[in-house]
Design a protein around this ligand. Structure first.
Ligand SMILES: *Cc1c(COP(=O)(O)O)cnc(C)c1O
Length: 489
């Protein structure tokens, strides 16, 4: 950060009359601006900053330096898979051949349609399902699409009683939200003390009003749900379908497949597992896959291979359109590049390394942080705050919280983990290192987390007043959401 700007709180850089461009004279012969007439001509000057080019360059460069990203530092944000996204993919998705007008007729878009079809097929292979649509724009949008598939399936059989969906208490918040948007009633099923779904608590919930059950595996505690075959059997016997939240498919890649476990419908987040930069609310992609027999319910249009060429197909039984054209195509290209560059041989390695890295951090830090569920995790795990001897006892009036630890991490140049989620613990801290981090980075993070625990013991105020070295200090989280200021004036 350039402190001569921000240190002196100089933000207004505009100087009246200063320009950073030079435009040629209007070249249309005999044409005067005034010919437009008073209706079309501005009466007042536009309220735009007037700056020279260098000032603009510095302004935006300094702004970007105030941001934290995967390209600036370690970003162990649980449930988000902030892995490294190869820069090559950014170049490939900008190849001019893919830069088509969305209305381009299928016969002139064969290359793009072929790519769409191959990504669709590869995801189906990875998931053990029959067919994917790549049209949804995000994970939550994929959930909604998948639930609409489930609804279309029940309605197609004339079964209109199924208005409820079962969602575990550990589920990502988007699960109940998507179900509600889909018009379904949410029935919560509890987790056992070991963090997995309680099958005995599930049984009494099943009946002729159940449309299906949503599950995340590994669940939001980073644990592999071991009783899925039994759960799937119970849900299927009552006539419901099994929905798999595959937003965090990373640890399963090439190791095991939701389709083989008995799931009927799922979504995948391309912007987590398949290497698209994300985190700023930018474009996403939430492909939805279905098992055999449900393909016709997928959204229109579907890309299908016809007589020697690819076509856009609309099905009468389809749930309809859920997005414009074929979704966020640039992200589909990145996923294609990622899949091809890893190849069938290396895709399982990504999953296995993400699991190894998570377990390495977990075992290295359990001496300092509470580990409520002590078992091998998948790609992520949850601590429940600092251990008592480091000031973390949440029954004590003045204890050091997970928020304090998260804020102090920023001073050391690390992004904070996901905090206070899942809601099953008081001081949840959800850590997901991903497979792309080196052992050196993991060791640095472990050392800093231990250092912070020592600080918490010796000088809790140091943590309570952190961060000390960031462009913005501790914010009022509620005000930041409820009363955001989008301009500086
Ligand atoms: C991220 C995530 C989602 C939602 O994905 P978005 O693209 O943010 O809508 C859903 N479920 C789980 C488990 C997730 O981690």
């Amino acid at each position: 950060m350039n402190r001569t700007y921000y240190g002196k709180l100089i933000f207004e850089l505009s100087k009246h009359g200063r320009v950073g461009y030079s435009l040629p004279q209007c070249e249309i012969k005999g044409y005067q601006l005034e010919d437009l007439g008073a209706t079309y001509l501005r009466q007042t000057e536009p309220l735009l900053p007037e700056c020279d080019e260098l000032t603009v360059v510095r302004h935006y460069t300094n702004m970007s330096n105030n941001n934290f990203g995967v390209d600036t530092g370690f970003y162990p944000l649980g449930s988000c898979t902030m892995k490294y996204n190869p820069k090559l993919n950014e170049e490939l998705c900008q190849l001019p051949g893919f830069n088509l007008h969305p209305m381009t007729p299928a016969q002139y878009a064969q290359g793009s349609l072929k790519l769409y079809d191959e990504v669709q097929k590869t995801l189906a292979e990875i998931a053990g399902l029959s067919r994917f649509t790549l049209n949804p724009y995000a994970g939550a949008h994929g959930e909604l699409t998948g639930l609409m598939v489930i609804r279309s399936y029940h309605i197609s059989r004339g079964d209109t009683q199924r208005t409820k969906i079962i969602v575990p208490d550990s589920a990502h918040g988007t699960n109940p939200a998507s179900a509600a948007v889909c018009g379904l009633q949410i029935v919560e099923v509890k987790s056992l003390a070991d963090g997995t779904v309680d099958v005995e608590a599930l049984k009494p919930l099943l009946g002729p009003d159940i449309a299906g059950m949503m599950m995340t595996n590994p669940n939001t505690l980073g644990l592999f749900e071991t009783k899925i075959p039994e759960i799937a059997k119970l849900v299927h016997e009552c006539g419901g379908l099994m929905y798999y939240d595959g937003a965090n498919l990373n640890p399963m890649l090439g190791v095991c497949r939701p389709g083989d476990m008995g799931f009927d419908v799922m979504h995948i987040n391309l912007h987590k597992t398949f290497s698209t930069p994300h985190g700023g609310g930018g474009p996403g992609s939430g492909p939805v896959g279905v098992r055999k027999g449900l393909e016709q319910f997928l959204p229109n249009p579907q890309v299908v291979k016809g007589e020697g060429c690819y076509e856009l197909h609309c099905d009468d039984e389809s749930l309809g359109y859920i997005s414009f054209f074929l979704g966020n195509f640039g992200i589909i290209i990145r996923a294609y590049a990622y899949l091809l560059s890893l190849g069938k041989e290396n895709i399982p390695l990504a999953g296995k390394l993400s699991v190894l890295n998570a377990n390495y951090i977990k075992e290295s830090l359990r001496s300092h942080y509470n580990l409520p569920i002590d078992t091998i995790c998948k790609h992520e795990f949850v601590f429940d705050g600092l251990r008592e001897e480091y000031g973390g006892d949440h029954h004590a009036a003045e204890h050091v919280t997970t928020l304090d630890v998260a804020k102090r991490l920023l001073d050391y140049g690390f992004h904070a983990p996901t905090i206070y989620f899942p809601l099953l613990f008081h001081e949840a801290m959800m850590i997901e290192p991903t497979e792309t981090e080196s052992k050196e980075t993991l060791d640095d993070f472990i050392a800093v987390m231990k250092q912070i625990a020592e600080e918490a013991k010796a000088d809790p105020q140091l943590l309570k007043t952190s961060p000390h070295d960031t462009p913005v200090r501790r914010m009022d989280d509620v005000k930041a959401v409820k009363e955001p200021h989008f301009t500086y004036k």
